[in-house]
Design a protein. Structure first.
Length: 317
């Protein structure tokens, strides 16, 4: 699997100051392209842009995309990643999450239509809900609670997919849809509530590591550089239908916590708390489609990726 390089051009990245968005911006800049990032910094962080904020080909527009987009000029491609993406974030910003998935996505699709360019939208494994199929294939319709505490995120992404397909069918827009599974790496927010930052920060501080339920629920973890390669592969590919991007290697949460303890050299112990409502028991992607259609699969070993991630968090302790 060789590294993907998109044609040099002018690209828009919504959520460009976020964890994944900033890594994508950096990759596009390395290819010689111009990059316009738009972010209202509700969950993004200017710290994520330090590596390239002075690059003359990079521009950050601080704007909420749920309002009218005021960005001049056309684009050669658009990557729509804007949204709160962790349970902590969308519990705090449920209305904003629904609005960015609906109004924000429509504004982005309209901009792609105006520019006559290809647009990739980021959906999520959360659209599968608490799945009754394992691992999850793109053909699975999911098991989602439409009124539960996570529904603001689940349903905003399901609407995003439906709206994107409508623009593809009605206007012939070149659209790409990715469903992102758990991704980790440097630039994650230390307090975003997800498994990797939670466990890393607790271990590095010598605190007890919080396990919800018995810790038998499973997750899989894809390193961010692998995900970015998958994003570019999907963007350059031919399929307008959703594609899973993630790592199919599965861990129980308890075993993953023990791995973090070992890699950090921490003496932390595990403590158990009640399982949150609608927390999925199983989460693992079937990436057959990505392998066969895109020649993509993760290549960074978990211990290597975690070592880089732990070093990043060590600087924040």
């Amino acid at each position: 699997m060789s590294e993907r390089k998109v044609p040099t051009g002018r690209y828009l990245v919504t959520g460009g100051a976020g964890f994944i968005g900033s890594h994508l911006c950096e990759k596009l800049l390395q290819s010689g392209s111009q990059v316009v990032a738009v972010d209202n910094l509700i969950t993004g962080n200017l710290r994520n842009l330090k590596n390239f904020e002075n690059n003359p080909k990079f521009e950050l527009i601080r704007q909420d995309i749920t309002g009218r987009l005021e960005i001049l000029g056309n684009f050669d491609g658009i990557f729509h990643l804007a949204s709160p993406a962790s349970p902590v974030d969308y519990a705090e910003f449920p209305i904003e999450t629904l609005r960015v998935g609906s109004y924000g996505s429509e504004h982005v699709l309209e901009m792609a239509k105006k520019s006559k360019c290809r647009v990739l939208v980021a959906s999520t494994s959360e659209i599968y809900g608490d799945p009754q199929q394992h691992p999850q294939k793109e053909s699975y319709w999911g098991n989602v609670n439409s009124i539960g505490p996570r529904s603001c995120y689940d349903e905003s992404k399901r609407f995003l997919e439906a709206l994107t397909m409508a623009y593809h069918r009605v206007f012939g827009l070149q659209t790409r849809i990715i469903r992102i599974f758990n991704t980790y790496g440097p630039r994650m927010r230390e307090n975003d509530g997800r498994v990797v930052p939670n466990f890393c920060m607790q271990a590095l501080r010598g605190e007890s590591i919080t396990i919800y339920g018995e810790g038998k629920q499973t997750r899989s973890f894809c390193y961010v550089s692998d995900l970015v390669e998958g994003i570019l592969a999907t963007f350059l590919g031919d399929s307008h239908l959703p594609i899973n991007l993630g790592n199919p290697t599965e861990f129980t949460i308890a075993d993953f916590a023990k791995k973090i303890i070992a890699l950090t050299g921490s003496r932390s112990e595990l403590v158990h708390k009640p399982l949150p409502e609608d927390d999925p028991q199983l989460r693992c992607p079937d990436i057959t489609k990505a392998r066969t259609e895109l020649n993509w699969e993760p290549k960074v070993p978990i211990d290597e990726g975690l070592a880089k991630t732990i070093e990043y968090f060590r600087q924040l302790v």
